[in-house]
Design a protein around this ligand. Sequence first.
Ligand code: GAR
Length: 198
Amino acid sequence: MLRRIAVLVSGGGTNLQALIDAQKSGIIKSGEITLVASNNPDAYALERAKTAGINTAVINKKECGTQTEFEEKLIKALDENKTDLIVLAGFMCILSENFTSKYADRIINVHPSLIPSFCGQGFYGLRVHEAALGYGVKVTGATVHFVNEIPDGGKIIMQKAVEINDTDTPETLQKRVMQEAEWVILPQAVEKICKENF
Ligand code: GAR
């Protein structure tokens, strides 16, 4: 049986695109993306989902009075979808323990560094690459991990290293980490979990 995958997004959705492409090419064969949900109504990721014929949901965080209300609406959409696996792919909202414990070992996230470096609260998007360049590390990468109540603190599933060049800017590094690591290991990790963990 194909596992039902919900992808949570906030922005451009290139990782979502990598998942859609991996499903088409057969890299993901044990699961199917059945829902794309966004906290941001303007996320381009929603267009990518619609183009691929995938159901979308918008839970506008700004219109929710509290974190609890936001998460309750998200849970409703996920449960209506009969979601097996939740994939955070550029989802820029922190989830409470109430949420993460409900889906223990059923939420995974892609983070654009080699955890435990440059991760946790405040480390997201371009900031992660600014921090890596600022520190002067010569190797960075991406990590796919389970999500628990500690931001970026759950068990690691896959990692891939990427070399840093002297000429890198946060933007060039972000692009290379995506191309060489995130878009490669996120689909592989999704297939692995769908195949082995249910
Ligand atoms: C990706 O680099 C993803 O790893 C990162 O944001 C970008 C989203 O891009 N996520 C985080 O920093 C989460 N802590 P995308 O919308 O094009 O997939």
